[in-house]
Design a protein around this ligand. Structure first.
Ligand SMILES: *Cc1c(COP(=O)(O)O)cnc(C)c1O
Length: 430
């Protein structure tokens, strides 16, 4: 069995993409630890290289273990195809690469993961691309930022780290009117809490490093295509609509239809950029996806309890969690992520930067790490770490002000987590 709407999420997260191994009957997906695959004969090899037949050539492009994960994530997101790669940041480049060229731009939300802000404000410039940062609550500003050189809109569903939820439907409407794809980073929500394609997203990107793997073991990324965008409606996306010289003038969209973006991602993206996911990483992430909904429910339940406890505490200035009624984004939870606002939020400690540093040092269960989406509870002082490269203004815009710490709430006993925060807050604010 693979996919299909007749199965529920909890079934698909275990079964989608997988079947007993045809060679051995192995029930669990084997780790195909191989670089290359034997061609049946010279004609078979030629057909594979011409993209006339789908199959395995070399693990930079495709690997059976990785293929199961690709199909699983695509199914959970409600997309037609997925391409896994070596990290979430690789997935972002992989998503933009077929759309962009020197001189072109992407309109992006100011509320993004710190590393993404850096990637978009500095690194992509070396490709001749640029990003225009806009407040995505200001829909007129988003529209105004789009010009004839804009090739995509990019945002996060639940934005890391400030408790922000993007009104995906409103942004998708703007993207549709401009005839450009909407790319949504769904890392912090996961397809269990939010399904961006149902809100109009064209592409969904993931850092599988986080909740999809779920235990802080491997880095990875994935790009899922909805299959709904018409790449040939105009001449804006020649990589997908125009003849491809590297494949004898074949046109990806004409040849592969809704799978054009996925095939391009493998046949050009992975082939030439080489940001490949290895089969060991795919294995760990496949293990993680099997329990995704169970973990997300607990992450959300714990996060709500802890956010409420912190909000009522005198040593805390404010808590930014969209799952709290005090949040300006509370109303968007029901619409965008009805099963909960995730397991991540920030809070401001009275006493500012210094109190944050003391708090981080005093915690015993929470680990001070630059990661999120682990079964372990994690904390980070973003202003001195992940968001350190940003200007103070960018830090505030991203929800990472100096007096704020970010929690990634794990699946431990919530009473233990609250007791740990209680003792550490006492030390931080005494
Ligand atoms: C971690 C993260 C990324 C980057 O992913 P890596 O796997 O670390 O490269 C991108 N977006 C979000 C929202 C993230 O949390």
């Amino acid at each position: 069995m693979t996919d299909g709407p007749k199965y529920g999420f909890d079934t698909l997260q275990i079964h989608a993409g997988a079947r007993p191994d045809p060679a051995t009957g192995a029930r669990q997906t084997p780790i195909y630890q191989t670089t290359a695959y034997v061609f049946r004969d010279a004609e078979h090899a030629a057909a594979l290289f011409n993209l006339q037949e789908v199959g395995y050539i070399y693990s930079r492009l495709t690997n059976p273990t990785v293929a199961v994960l690709q199909e699983r994530i695509a199914t959970l997101e409600g997309g037609v195809g997925g391409v896994c790669c070596s990290s979430g940041h690789a997935a972002q480049i992989m998503a933009l690469y077929p759309l962009m060229a020197p001189g072109l731009n992407v309109v992006v939300s100011t509320r993004l993961y710190g590393g993404t802000v850096t990637q978009f404000s500095h690194t992509i410039k070396r490709f001749g691309w640029s990003a225009t940062f806009v407040d995505f609550d200001d829909l007129d500003a988003v529209k105004a930022a789009i010009d004839e050189n804009t090739r995509a809109i990019f945002c996060e569903s639940i934005a890391n780290p400030g408790g922000y939820i993007t009104d995906l439907d409103a942004i998708a409407e703007i993207a549709d009117a401009a005839e450009i794809p909407l790319i949504v980073d769904n890392t912090t929500a996961t397809p269990y809490l939010c399904r961006p394609i149902e809100h109009g997203a064209t592409l969904v990107v993931h850092s599988t490093t986080k909740y999809l793997t779920g235990n802080g073991t491997v880095t990875g990324g994935c790009v899922v295509d909805s299959g709904k965008f018409d790449w040939s409606a105009n001449d804006k996306f020649p990589s997908l609509s125009a003849p491809e010289p590297a494949y004898h003038g074949m046109k990806f969209h004409e040849t592969f239809g809704p799978l054009a973006f996925t095939f391009h991602g493998i046949a050009i993206g992975l082939r030439d950029l080489g940001m490949t996911m290895n089969p060991q990483a795919a294995h760990y992430t496949l293990m993680g996806t099997e329990t995704l909904s169970l973990r997300m429910d607990r992450h959300v339940e714990n996060a709500v309890k802890i956010a409420k406890w912190l909000e009522a505490d005198d040593r805390v200035d404010y808590v930014t969690y969209a799952g709290l009624e005090s949040s300006p984004y509370y109303d968007r939870v029901a619409k965008i992520c009805p099963r909960g606002a995730g397991g991540l939020f920030t809070f401001a400690v009275k006493g500012g930067y210094d109190a944050c540093v003391k708090l981080v040092n005093a915690l015993e269960i929470f680990s001070h790490v630059a990661n999120l989406g682990d079964s372990r509870s994690l904390i980070i002082h973003s202003a001195s770490t992940t968001h350190r490269q940003l200007t103070a203004e960018q830090q505030r815009a991203a929800g990472a002000a100096p007096e704020v710490v970010r929690l990634s709430i794990g699946t431990e006993d919530v009473t233990d987590l609250i007791a740990d925060l209680d003792q550490a807050l006492a030390k931080a604010t005494s």
